[in-house]
Ligand binder design. Structure first.
Ligand code: SF4
Ligand code: SF4
Length: 185
């Protein structure tokens, strides 16, 4: 009988201890939010989706070389004489057409190592964190501003320029003019 009463006491004590914690939490502010109707304010230095401002990109490849997981892929074509690509907002002269600038954000580990070496500060992390996709290939972002036709045109211009330069080099040189004979004494 004594054991029986002890068990009842123990069960009631356990319930009251549990309920004490429950009642305590009824009067503290909630830590959950009604996402997606409510969103938390992110800290200023948060690291989420990358963005590249192509107007300022000089195609130097430094960001791609710094990336530890090789998720940045860049291709460039040299400009030819007569083409003016302008300058970046911090005054660097642009000399390369950026014909490919892809970031596979599915591979990205958000380390930000690509951001620091950029000489024009045109690659940076944003606070965008909602970019889930059903297809993995949709997570490869292309940032170039040139159209497919323009990329082909820039490549063709450069190849033509190189071919002309090679032809000029290969052309036979005109004979050197003969030196006048020294005056007779
Ligand atoms: S944040 Fe890191 S992993 Fe992502 S692209 Fe930049 S260097 Fe690569
Ligand atoms: S480091 Fe900056 S300027 Fe150079 S290729 Fe990357 S984004 Fe462009």
């Amino acid at each position: 009988m004594k054991q029986y009463i002890s068990n009842i006491y123990s069960a009631l004590a356990t319930v009251f201890i549990g309920m004490k914690i429950t009642f305590k939490h009824l009067f503290v502010p909630a830590v959950t939010i009604q996402y997606p109707d409510v969103r938390v304010t992110l800290p200023g230095r948060v690291r989420n989706r990358l963005y590249v401002n192509m107007d300022d990109c000089i195609g130097c490849d430094q960001c791609a070389r710094a990336c530890p997981v090789d998720c940045i892929s860049i291709e460039t074509v040299k400009s030819v004489p007569g083409e003016d690509l302008g300058k970046t907002s911090n005054g660097k002269k642009k000399a390369l057409w950026v014909t490919k600038f892809d970031i596979d954000i599915a591979k990205c580990c958000y380390c930000q190592l690509c951001v620091f070496p950029c000489p024009t500060e045109c690659i940076y992390m944003t606070d965008v964190y909602e970019f889930s996709e059903f297809e993995r290939e949709n997570l490869v972002y292309s940032y170039i501003t040139l159209t497919k036709d323009e990329v082909l045109e820039k490549k063709a211009n450069f190849e033509k320029f190189e071919a002309e330069k090679a032809a000029q080099k290969a052309a036979p040189k005109p004979p050197a003019p003969e030196k006048p004979a020294p005056p007779q004494a």
